[in-house]
Design a protein around this ligand. Sequence first.
Ligand code: 8YV
Length: 327
Amino acid sequence: MLPFVFVDRTIPDEVAAYLAEHFEVEIWDHQKGSIPKELLGEKLSRAAGFMTGGRSINESFLEQAPLLKAVSTISVGYNHFDTEAMRRRGVIGTHTPYVLDDTVADLTLALMLAAARRVAELDRYVKEGKWSRSDGVKLFGKDVHHAKLGIIGMGRIGEAVAKRARFGFDMEIAYYNRSRKPEVEARLQASYTPQLQDLLADSDFVVLLTPLTPQTNKLIGREEFERMKRDAIFINVSRGQTVDEQALIEALQNGTIGAAGLDVYEQEPIQPDNPLLGMPNVVTLPHIGSATTQTRNEMAMLAARNLVHALTGLQPAYIVSELADLS
Ligand code: 8YV
């Protein structure tokens, strides 16, 4: 009998076909909404493998899945994994790094450009018939080229952003990271800033790319916004929880910073009464950093390969580091 694998979201047909070569597979069509709790429980009661996009894999999830051996997430971020609980149960976790780096970097640049040149705001302005010949200065934005970019979290995506910004837009790159990266500094003409507060004070654009961990939870709060330039543009493409969202709202309301470009929020989907939605100087995207058809397909295939490896006794290439020793 083939092991049973449950997938809680729609995946491309070729990925489903690949999984079906190795497992008995069932896939929940998430366009219909989230899977009812009881039905999920029923599926988990016999699942050896589980594939998801961001469902919390915690103690109560694992209790429902006595046969579970591996969880494969179709994302690079895995803050939804309780790795301690998974370790106790001996459940392997895998993720999908590398394949999305360029796509997320493209989106980061899009947010920088959109916020600086007011693309979303002025698109609405034109469509609402407000454009008149005397507008002039009212429509002015801020230069991206030759500005100072401060990157928080110089991982692979940070490098891809720095490359675009340095060689495409002649920006001056500084970064703050847990560890210094001399090779990256040389290749991307980037300078290391050992103190976060200095990076914040010096940058025209502050881009947050760090993964969400207990150490980066609310990394950017009131004090950090106060350090930034009054016309700084803040971009968040990591996780909503890396920022104190209330402090961000206040910083934008009080003019402590100039503008923001956001792909992620404390609560997703964002609540309709969130003040960020009423601010013309904030570009709000619905967590679509990696969401191109090609990249999402590649991520799904990589996640499927991870699961096949994990359940057939091979070493999955992308097991999360906290659980690497379980494989
Ligand atoms: C995911 C992401 O696709 O990879 C990540 O960490 O944030 C996105 O690319 C998203 O979390 C939905 O799965």
